[in-house]
Design a protein around this ligand. Structure first.
Ligand SMILES: NC(=O)c1ccc[n+]([C@@H]2O[C@H](COP(=O)([O-])OP(=O)(O)OC[C@H]3O[C@@H](n4cnc5c(N)ncnc54)[C@H](O)[C@@H]3O)[C@@H](O)[C@H]2O)c1
Length: 367
């Protein structure tokens, strides 16, 4: 089987999952790892019997790599991504693609110019339930009419002490929205299949001693006039996840207990009494098999995209959607106004600069 020569940049945290996946996969040859913290680089390099480096540029030059995973703090995604593309090397970026929509656009454009693949690691897209739901939606659910996303998690103060970049506007670029909720924002808009055109939100920091938001609530108008409602927090214990979407010919529900869906006749025809109201029953999904899930599934797909010269499962353009939504929620929460999309990258950069200047804990976000 054809294999690609692979490296991983940043191996102190989730990078370890990339290293393990790359080592195990039949379409990847793990060649080397790089981390600015040489203890991490050496430890992982020795554990997996591959070369290790402090400097990722030196690794790429010496090892003639085809592709790398980038698993570094958020504020380095754009910089390291742009550097790597300069070497004509394919990039699999951990989520979020970047901190700002402007940075994401630069990365996408540069990848196109250099003719390299840019993929984003949202591994819940490759959960078997997500794949089957998306397939059902594409084949006969019709247009989305409304959607609801509730995602909460629990992070204590110690979590934010694990790295100077965490919980800051300069380093993380947001709180629960950009780090945890973004996985589900990505899924939500993938299922909805329509672009957001307006967002209004409220955000606050209720309980954590950090600069960034630990809760946000938002409503969004989509391009087909459907409406989406979202709420997030990082202080819920126990945590809750619930996603539901009503389409013109069916509905889906995904939550912590599983997934269900229903297919119905055209809703408008029932409402206008052109056909009798039916009592459709929810169906559940069971025994779905996919070859690989999680990070292994994402890396396998990415390597195949390079080998077969096709789009990765989550190309840069799709990775940009969730960061644009996150930026818009932050911008609207800060300004107290409805924000229109596509977002103006320069306007968001100005808002982020203002947020970096202040420590809003205990203050409200309005100007
Ligand atoms: N997909 C997921 O489920 C998932 C889970 C956790 C983290 N992440 C994402 O992965 C990224 C990293 O998060 P983490 O929790 O692993 O962070 P981390 O701080 O634990 O690890 C980051 C690593 O990058 C290294 N690093 C920093 N600067 C570097 C440089 N210039 N060159 C090489 N290495 C450098 C650090 O030394 C560290 O080892 C973030 O974007 C995060 O959002 C994704």
């Amino acid at each position: 089987m054809v294999t690609i020569r692979y490296g991983v940049i940043g191996v102190g945290g989730v990078g370890k999952a990339h290293v393990k996946a790359a080592k195990e996969l039949e379409n990847i040859e793990l060649i080397a790892v790089a981390d600015i913290n040489v203890d991490y680089a050496k430890k992982i390099g020795e554990e997996y019997n591959v070369h290790w480096y402090k400097d990722y540029g030196e690794m790429i030059e010496k090892e003639k790599l085809d592709a790398v995973s980038i698993c570094v703090p958020h504020f380095l995604h754009a910089k390291i991504g742009l550097d790597v593309i300069d070497y004509d090397v394919n990039v699999l970026m951990e989520k979020p693609i970047t901190i700002t929509v402007g940075e994401a656009e630069k990365l996408i454009n540069k990848a196109k110019k250099h003719n390299v693949k840019l993929g984003v690691c949202f591994q819940h897209r490759i959960d078997p339930e997500s794949i089957v739901l998306k397939d059902l939606i594409k084949n006969g659910m019709g247009e989305p009419l409304r959607g609801n996303l509730l995602y909460t998690c629990y992070r204590d103060q110690r979590y934010y002490g694990k790295g100077a970049w965490r919980g800051t506007w300069w380093g993380e670029g947001g709180g629960v929205l950009i780090n945890q909720a973004i996985h589900y924002i990505d899924l939500f808009f993938w299922f909805l299949g329509k672009k957001p055109v307006k967002i209004y939100s409220m955000m606050d920091n209720m309980l954590h001693n950090i600069e960034v938001e630990d809760t946000a609530s938002a409503v969004s108008l989509l391009e087909n006039n459907s409406q989406a409602v979202m709420q997030f927090s990082s202080f819920d214990n126990p945590s809750i996840f619930h996603l539901d979407i009503r389409f013109s010919r069916g509905a889906i529900i995904m939550d912590s207990s599983g997934v269900k869906y229903v297919k119905t006749p055209m809703l408008r025809d029932m409402i206008e009494n052109k056909i009798e109201k039916t009592e459709p029953e929810w169906a559940t999904l069971s025994n779905i098999k996919v070859k690989y899930t999680g990070h292994k599934g994402i890396l396998y797909d990415f390597a195949n995209a390079i080998i077969e010269d096709k789009q990765p499962l989550i190309p840069g353009e799709e990775g940009k959607i969730s960061i644009e939504v996150v930026n818009a929620i932050i911008m609207s929460g800060f300004l107290g106004k409805v924000v229109e999309l596509p977002l103006n990258p320069e306007e968001y950069d100005k808002i982020l600069e203002k947020l970096k200047e202040r420590k809003p804990l205990g203050e409200k976000y309005s100007l």
